[in-house]
Design a protein around this ligand. Sequence first.
Ligand code: ADP
Ligand code: MG
Ligand code: ZN
Length: 603
Amino acid sequence: MPLKKNLRQMFFWVLAFTLLIAMYQNVKSVPREKQIPYSEFKAKLKAKEISTVLISPGLIKGEFKEGDKKISFKTISLSDPKLIEDMETAGVGSFSGEADKSWITSLLLNVGWILIFVFLWWFLFMRQAQMGGKQAMGFGKSKAKQQDLKKQKVTFKDVAGCEETKEELSDIVDYLKNPKKYRRLGGELPKGVLLYGPPGTGKTLLARAIAGEAGVPFFTSSGSEFVEMFVGVGASRVRDLFERAKKSAPAIVFVDELDAVGRSRFAGIGGGHDEREQTLNQMLVELDGFEANEGIILIGATNRPDVLDTALLRPGRFDRRINVPVPDIQGRLEILKVHSKKVKLAEGTDLSVIARHTPGFVGADLANIVNEAAILASKKDKKGVEVGDFEEAIEKMIAGPQRRSRIISDREKKIVAYHEAGHALVARSLPGSDPVHKISIIPRGPALGYTLQLPLEDKYLTSKTEILNKLCVLLGGRAAEELVFSEITTGAQDDLSKVTNYAQKMVLEFGMSDKIGPISLKKDEAEVFLGRDIMRQPGYSNETAKNVDDEVTRIVAECHVKAREILSSSRSVLDAIAARLIEKEVVDASEMEAFFSAGKSAA
Ligand code: ADP
Ligand code: MG
Ligand code: ZN
């Protein structure tokens, strides 16, 4: 190994140099002169005992006789203008001066020390770099590991509860298996695939499964490996990683936690982060650099697709984006099945009970629960893991601080189900609303559930009817709660703030209120922004302000009434949707449609 040899050589030189200097200093100080005071020197001079004198700046050396012996001496020279005269009268055998030659010695000495320090620093630095990457030798080499395919192979079977995601990934696997089939017709596969979803949903696992399925070399690395203290190191690691991958193409390069490098470049306050920016730029260069038919696919994973730099998401880069969602009740059951293969279940243990009790749990949570349950059961010397052990494990997990918010009781689940069903049913009943795409009561961030409406086409103009419909839909959640539970919850807070906002806009900005008329009362926002207008005056009279408030209240009240009417007139449909939501947590468009038409024909 060249590095080892270098190191040894360097070490030798450092040692040799140190020895040399030490020796030089020793030799120099071998003739030990006797240090005497200047007065003694003068006394000896007067007594004519001094035989030779050598005067250098600040120092006088020489020899004096003591009996038969000659003894070397030195003394600090003092300003003594009569010294030469005295020496002449004393008849000193030889006296001479010496220029200050010490500068050359000191220079040599200093250079020596500097060299030693440089060598030492270099030596330490190289050692650190060597320790950094076990196989990699340089600082700028990628630490990415090439996964051993034979060892612990992960396949799609190990990833459960995300069938759609696997479906989307399977053609990439297929491409890597027989690239010729795809190239024949000139098809190009994406260079970059971005897996995104909440933490613990199995993104890393999926990437490993792709490699296992495709049977190609798989280079794993993590975004944080590219973020180093020194500018340029990350970029060179990226370069190195892609070089290695290209050598063994077709191959997969996986960058986990992509947001560590891929964060938007302009997000920081004041001054950029040079290192990360360079790394990101290098990654973009690599992505642009390789042709799609080179057989390299870059897979990135992130929990935060929203913070990624838009340049990464441009066509030709990470243009295939695949969502890895929080699993629904069926998905959770599948994941539990996968993980409980490793443990011994007691006879008759029904995992679907566990799945039902864990809304909002992700794959990592469920894996954890299975493991915890197995430990609990072993502690009690049971023959197999029972439902009770799972329940205990779930409770333990929920008690943990970060999960507390995730779990919902059965009653809460019912309320959320009716709330979302209310939104959906109102939306479906009002002509001209955006079609309901999906209803879900799987918690997602702060929201306990959501109803997804997708517009049929892009819209740039919105009519008054459409806004009113939207208000009805937003109020449908609260209305359903009132209708069914005769009690309301805080769950509608977000809906209500949206409702108020829209209603105010209708009156103030869009001129959609008959009472106020086609007037936009909104003030130019730029003024506020510039801070000139802090004591902002409404720009209209108190009377108008009252009218605005009245109008907003009226619009909201009317929409509320309408939403309630819709829901109470098709209560059976509402009940059916809510029941299905409680059972399955997700209802899609076609199921929704079936319930709706069943309700229609029954009426
Ligand atoms: P992410 O990368 O999305 O944060 P991981 O892939 O690291 O999540 O998942 C952590 C662990 O959780 C996995 O090793 C696996 O044991 C378990 N896990 C997560 N999702 C699933 C899934 N869909 N199916 C089976 N196991 C899963
Ligand atoms: Mg991960
Ligand atoms: Zn709502």
